[in-house]
Write a protein that binds this ligand. Structure first.
Ligand SMILES: [Zn+2]
Ligand SMILES: [Zn+2]
Length: 599
């Protein structure tokens, strides 16, 4: 490969091949181990346990019961815009927006899949993507939800969604259809009717069943209908098909029938309604990524505890720097063909729906929720509004404190999140302000504390990132250096020249470096064990130390090689450079094309 004939060609070629094979194995191991670091960096579960719930100190809960309707895979534009004849596809919910409720776009975070979408809506947090890979039915982690907090939950829908929240919930009544029903070939809107019919049947049964009727008349009741039709039809026929668009009409009809059914059964104006979707649907009939067709979903809320529409003249608000979870700007202009500019639109992050639902029926926010209560939706007195936001703040703060405590107990050198060191004095100040009825300032402080607590949660979620990134970057640099060393030693005339002139590899120095490397590995291992680090952290650190030990072992060779380079003619240096780069690329290619890496 090099421009000059190789020294000791016959005797060294066998050992070079052996070393190369060894290097390829090392490279595969290294790439595999470092690739796993993605799980420790990006796929770390945000869940912590051990917090106490924070019930909002409201004078009275705004609603006695809550109806949640989720139209699976319903994207915002197909819901809000008119059809080609100028008629709206969801006339009932449109009437709600114009006459008695509130609306906005709910922004879902990628991966825009059913499970994380429903977890965000019902439990208020964004599952790490690994939960998706762990399967849909199995619950990889125990988490709290609005359903958990409720007195009773009634739920009907897909066998992939309803059991996630209800299968281990003693205070729930639920049902799901067999998987075979999700046959994509036919019009799937009958799945939506199935969910509604089940609930209607349950109400009818309660007329003869005293126990069931008592159960329904309790407060803090949550009713969830999962409507899979749009999703199935979107996958099978794409969101421009008449079947999908007709399914938008179907979910609107179900919302209307549900409203009429509830109001006639309970007849007390004590029911709150939330209509939304878990994710949208791309033009190709798929979902999962962060494209607006997948992240933008409708949100319509009405009934007990929800504000009436706010009419406004269209104002072009400047960019305030706020971004939704899908990275969308606050106050994105509403498309003109939605014809809704006159009605105040309040966008939310998908996880904000969980504290909204919890507050509506006077429940504590789910323990793991990171949602901000969208108070613009709520019809509350000033003092109740502050109390609701404060409960939401404390619930997020509790997670922060729990994470902070966990990290501190396992860290040898703990770096606290400085902005929240004095959190308790801020809480005291808020209580004082509430006592003094200065609700405006109390609200401002609560909201600030809440965003600080969220920042603190992020701080601990990414606490190890710097260490991990440094270790892995050093590892990759070490790997490249090892490859360069190999090329210099096997394909150039350096080793022979240097051997002739100096004793390059003193055996005892090499041994000392080796022992030093082992000691260093042992020491880092002890530190990692004391810090209760995940097992893979050991692997990253081991790999990096190993590579650098090898580099240090060859320090003398590198020094001499460097000196040699300066005494060489320019042409030879260029030659060497080109052959080194070629050899490096070939070795790197060999490593990367190994099947182990691709699986
Ligand atoms: Zn879905
Ligand atoms: Zn789907």
């Amino acid at each position: 490969m090099a421009g000059r004939p190789r020294p000791q060609a016959h005797s060294s070629s066998a050992s070079t091949r052996r070393r190369e094979r060894w290097l390829v194995v090392l490279g595969i191991a290294l790439h595999a181990v470092y690739m796993l670091s993605i799980f420790d960096i990006y796929f770390k579960s945000p869940i912590v346990h051990g917090m106490a719930p924070v019930p909002p100190r409201l004078s009275a809960p705004p609603a006695k019961r809550l109806v949640l309707l989720v139209a699976d895979g319903l994207r915002a534009d197909k819901f809000f815009e008119p059809d080609e004849r100028g008629r709206y596809r969801a006339p009932f919910l449109r009437g709600v927006i114009e006459e008695k409720g509130r609306w906005g776009v709910s922004h879902a975070r990628p991966p825009t899949e059913s499970r994380p979408g429903h977890v965000a809506i019902i439990a208020g947090f964004y599952e790490d993507p690994s939960a998706v890979t762990k399967g849909w039915k199995a619950n990889p982690v125990e988490f709290d939800s609005v359903f958990n907090q409720s007195r009773h939950t009634i739920s009907f829908g897909s066998p992939d969604i309803v059991p996630i929240f209800c299968s281990s919930l003693p205070h729930s009544t639920w049902g799901s259809y067999p998987h075979e029903y999700e046959d994509f070939a036919t019009d799937a809107s009958f799945l939506d009717h199935w969910s509604f019919d089940q609930f209607e049947g349950l109400l009818n049964r309660s007329l003869d069943d005293v126990k069931l009727r008592q159960l329904l008349l309790q407060d803090k009741l949550v009713i969830f209908l999962h409507l899979l039709g749009c999703d199935s039809n979107g996958h099978a026929h794409r969101p421009y098909s008449s079947i999908y668009l007709n399914n938008v009409k179907v979910v609107d009809e179900i919302a209307e029938r549900m409203y009429n059914l509830m109001e006639s059964y309970f007849n007390d104006n004590q029911t709150a309604y939330v209509f939304t979707a878990d994710h949208g649907m791309s033009d190709k009939g798929s979902h999962g990524d962060g494209h607006p067709s997948n992240t933008d979903t409708p949100l319509v809320a009405w009934g007990a505890g929800i504000r009436s529409p706010k009419f406004l003249a269209y104002t072009d608000k400047p960019d305030d720097g706020f971004r939704f979870v899908d990275d969308h700007r606050h106050d994105m202009p509403t498309p003109q063909n939605w014809a809704l500019e006159g009605f105040e639109r309040v966008d939310v992050n998908q996880a904000d729906i969980a504290p909204l639902m919890a507050t509506l029926v006077g429940l504590s926010c789910p323990l793991n929720s990171v949602g901000n209560l969208p108070s613009h939706y709520l019809k509350l007195s000033k003092s109740d509004e502050v109390e609701a936001v404060l409960a939401n703040t404390k619930q997020i703060l509790n997670q922060f404190l729990q994470k902070s405590e966990q990290k501190q107990s396992s860290s040898l050198y703990f770096k606290p999140f400085k902005p929240l060191v004095n959190y308790s004095s801020v809480l005291d100040r808020i209580e004082d302000l509430i006592s003094a009825r200065d609700y405006k300032t109390a609200m401002k402080y609560s909201e600030e504390l809440r965003s600080m607590a969220l920042a603190g949660l992020h701080y601990f979620q990414t606490y190890d990132w710097f260490m991990l990134m440094t270790t892995i970057t050093l590892g990759y640099i070490g790997w490249m250096a090892n490859l360069i060393l190999h090329v210099l030693q096997s394909y150039t005339t350096f080793p022979a020249n240097l051997l002739k002139r100096t004793q390059v590899y003193p055996k005892n120095t090499s041994m000392k470096v080796y022992i030093g490397g082992c000691l260093f590995m042992g020491l880092s291992s002890i530190i990692l064990l004391l810090e209760k680090s995940p097992p893979l952290y050991h692997a990253y650190v081991f790999m990096t130390i190993f590579l650098w030990t090898r580099i240090v072992q060859n320090y003398e060779f590198m020094k001499s090689a460097w000196r040699e380079l300066f005494n060489m003619p320019f042409k030879y240096i260029m030659n060497l450079l080109i052959s080194s780069v070629a050899a490096l690329l070939i070795l790197e290619f060999l490593v990367r094309t190994q099947p182990v890496i691709d699986t």
